[in-house]
Design a protein around this ligand. Structure first.
Ligand code: SAH
Length: 302
């Protein structure tokens, strides 16, 4: 009994037999494949090259693993032969030192922001957490009114955020968590200037990115709630190019630097990027110092 391969009726006109298959660097392909329709020779080659590259991914990975294994084994041998020094023992991250100055990031403004702005806020929170962890003196940090839209962006963008240490995420608003008299809402619009960060107080930063669309928003909110407000003494030290409203992470970083140096001027200079500073005598001083340093370097090199 002879066997003939059945050919489906619908494909009768386009089916390619095995001997019509073409070869590109060992890869057999069907020139009638619809994915090549209308493409020139070079475009087809590009697709085939990509397919070959993809098909060898596993092989490449295995080769890479083998190489790494070999390199490690060689290194271990060199260490045990005393040819090279063993690597220094990894140091554990030092414990953080907490102050008694609390900071709350009030994230109750999701409805004022478009998705992109919520994403910016998420990135600012990431910076806040990093700066606080790395600070000489860290603050107890709490995110309040933590809601679903913000959580969604964190879930999408930040792996393991829920395991972050030294930061609390609370769905409740700050007014349910703290006594009013211990709170100070930070606002660029406040008439009161913050001279010092007081132990035992909790400072609220408005968790909003709004490109200044909602001027005075946090000031108004705090006043309505009967909560004290205060602005950082920014105008007293530096003139900013654009405006005196800072991002959430810059506000926190300035506070952390103040706790370290007890000096607003120094804190600002370390945190606010140079491009935001205009005509500041401090900047000029800094530039002059840098120029001097450069000149000295040049002299030494001569
Ligand atoms: N449009 C918002 C500002 C958002 S800026 C508003 O006017 O309320 C984000 C937050 O950073 C502010 O809510 C405030 O808490 C803090 N902030 C920014 N600049 C500040 C400044 N110069 N002094 C004190 N807090 C500031």
């Amino acid at each position: 009994m002879s066997f003939t391969e059945p050919t489906p009726a619908t494909e009768a006109t386009t089916t390619t037999t095995i001997d019509q298959l073409k070869d590109y660097k060992g890869l057999k392909y069907d020139p009638n494949d619809p994915k090549f329709a209308g493409l020139g020779k070079n475009a087809i080659k590009r697709i085939l090259r990509d397919e070959i590259w993809d098909s060898k991914k596993q092989q490449r990975l295995e080769q890479q693993r083998e190489k790494t294994k070999q390199r490690k084994a060689e290194r271990r041998q060199l260490i045990s032969d005393g040819v090279i020094e063993p690597p220094p023992k990894k140091q554990r991250r030092p414990e953080i030192t907490l102050t008694n100055v609390g900071v709350v990031i009030d994230c109750s403004f999701s409805s004022y922001m478009v998705k992109k702005e919520i994403q910016s806020l998420q990135s600012q929170l990431l910076h806040c957490h990093g700066s606080n962890r790395g600070a000489v003196l860290s603050v107890p940090l709490t995110v309040t009114s933590f809601d679903a839209p913000l959580q969604q962006v964190l879930d999408d963008k930040v792996v393991g955020w829920s395991n972050w240490k030294n930061i609390k995420f609370e769905t409740q608003p700050y007014e349910d968590l703290y006594a009013k008299e211990d709170l100070v809402y930070l606002s660029a619009d406040s008439e009161d200037v913050i001279e010092e960060l007081e132990q035992g107080k909790t400072y609220i930063i408005g968790g909003i990115v709004d490109k200044n669309r909602y001027k005075g928003l946090c000031q108004e909110k705090a006043t309505q709630q009967g909560i004290k407000t205060g602005r950082l003494p920014i105008g007293e030290y530096l003139q900013m190019a654009s405006r005196k409203v800072l991002t959430v992470n810059h506000v926190l970083e300035i506070m952390l630097k103040w706790l370290e140096h007890r000096d607003w001027e120094k804190a600002f200079m370390e945190v606010i990027p140079m491009r935001k500073l205009k005509d500041s005598s401090l900047v000029k001083e800094k530039e002059e110092k840098e120029e001097e340093k450069e000149k000295e370097k040049e002299k030494e090199e001569q």
